[in-house]
Ligand binder design. Structure first.
Ligand SMILES: [Zn+2]
Length: 259
């Protein structure tokens, strides 16, 4: 796509990051995170004003670079127009609790939500699950509700701890990253790992339990920054091929052969 940043972004570097965050939304739609107009990512404002949050009433597949509003950590809209998602406290409180996190995602991917609706612990049964080898994926089960209040946001951030992702019981997931590739891969790998585990357990086969220490070593081996960049560019190439065929805004994509 040809991205032109909106006039209300005073800093071109913010516009350029938001263009990538918009692409992350559209990639996640293809990777199993589609759920009507629900789901959103945010970007910590580099000037300390708060966070840039995707505006409401748009599917992940429809998000472009100027579809973000700037809110402060109390939820006040500082820049941009459009609906503020109800679950803004989830983003704000995670960013307040995690200074290392610049990007927060929230969505309702099917298989990770299946896992979250159970007591099953996500394990590194395949390469995608290895992404979470160090901290695991905790579960926030204090409520089945959406995270629309500051106390719920605080509690969810506490449940996340130092992890890269959180299962929200009977609801969806949250995932975080220092960079756009990191948050995107966390979201993609969470859903792929959950799908693998659901299939494995449904098969009736006896799972082989991976050694936790070896799983951490494997993470270091297969997901260094260079590999993360490589995977991010792969997902972008595929997004370009899909959008060249179908345009932006296709909600349910069945990829033709070779794409
Ligand atoms: Zn939600």
């Amino acid at each position: 796509m040809t991205y032109q940043h909106s006039q209300y972004y005073e800093d071109a570097s913010i516009a350029s990051v938001l263009a990538d965050v918009a692409r992350a939304h559209r990639i996640l739609e293809i990777e199993g995170h589609a759920d009507m107009s629900m789901g959103h990512l945010s970007y910590r404002d580099p000037f300390g004003r708060g966070l840039w949050l995707k505006r409401g009433n748009l599917a992940l597949s429809e998000v472009e670079g100027d579809d973000f509003i700037l809110i402060d950590f109390d939820g006040n809209v500082l820049e941009g127009t459009g609906l503020r998602h109800l679950e803004w406290p989830l983003h704000a409180e995670i960013m307040k609790a995690r200074p290392d996190v610049n990007f927060v995602g929230h969505s309702h991917p099917h298989f990770a939500t299946v896992l979250g609706a159970s007591t099953e612990e996500l394990k590194p049964y395949n390469n995608h699950g290895i992404w979470f080898a160090y901290e695991g994926v905790p579960r926030f089960a204090e409520t089945c509700h959406i995270i629309t209040t500051v106390p719920l946001g605080v509690a969810a951030a506490k449940a996340l701890g130092n992890a890269q992702a959180l299962l929200l019981a009977n609801h969806g997931v949250a995932f975080v990253g220092k960079t756009v590739p990191e948050v995107t891969l966390a979201g993609i790998f969470l859903e792929k790992a959950a799908r693998f585990q659901v299939d494995l357990k449904a098969s009736g086969f006896t799972p082989i339990e991976p050694d936790p220490e070896e799983a951490k070593e494997k993470f270091d081996r297969i997901y260094p920054p260079k590999a993360q960049h490589n995977f991010w560019t792969f997902f972008n190439r595929r997004l370009d091929r899909v959008e060249a065929l179908q345009g932006i805004g296709i909600s349910q994509i069945s990829l033709p052969p070779g794409v």
